[in-house]
Design a protein around this ligand. Sequence first.
Ligand SMILES: Nc1ncnc2c1ncn2[C@@H]1O[C@H](COP(=O)(O)OP(=O)(O)O)[C@@H](O)[C@H]1O
Ligand SMILES: [Mg+2]
Length: 226
Amino acid sequence: MDIRFADCSVRFGDRVALHPLTLSLDQRRIGIIGLNGSGKTTFARLINGLVKPTTGSVTVNGLDTVKDDKAVLGQAGYIFQNPQNQLIMPIVADDIAFGLKNRGLPKDEIEARTQAVLLRFGITHLARRRVHELSGGETQLAAMASVVVTGPQILILDEPTNQLDLKNRQMVASTIGGLEQNAVVISHDLPLIADFERVLLFHEGHLIADGDPAETIHRYHEVALC
Ligand SMILES: Nc1ncnc2c1ncn2[C@@H]1O[C@H](COP(=O)(O)OP(=O)(O)O)[C@@H](O)[C@H]1O
Ligand SMILES: [Mg+2]
């Protein structure tokens, strides 16, 4: 994985969501923390082109998120903060198969890949369940499976354990821990990112700390309490 921000900034109208930023990301596990409205989601969405830079550029494995937008979507999958909005089909297995059908894959390959990802995420028992009847944790796993099945190298998870009870939180946390993909994880759940290789702290649209989780989390406590 090679993500590069080159003097990238984002403005919405006259509001600056992200001040100019130059950095590279190549770690397997990257956490993003900061107060509400600090620019975390904007930063993460730049990686798969859901948000476009107002100035500068973002590249993912050498692909530009503006010029090569379709190819970038294939490299970096995004799991939204409210993943129930991401599940399109009423039944879990059909939702997982949906992205593969769109790619025109043969029926038996779609079936095999769907079964494999259900097994991989430990949710084979949910295959025929209605997506809107799942628990928060099960919804998160189903949304992850629906993205992973299409084969992205990078997963971007926006507050994946937000609002989950302890049991669902553990289920999702251990699944994230076992992902073979590179993961960029936005979270207020500090233990979730405490053993990551790198943690970025955003504050009012600025990247104000970047490095070791313990140091970055310490800095977060300082800015949150002042
Ligand atoms: N689509 C948008 N239109 C206008 N303002 C936005 C939009 N998305 C985000 N913002 C603003 O940009 C700032 C950063 O938002 P965001 O990246 O969502 O923060 P976070 O994820 O850290 O809570 C906030 O002030 C927010 O209101
Ligand atoms: Mg956000």
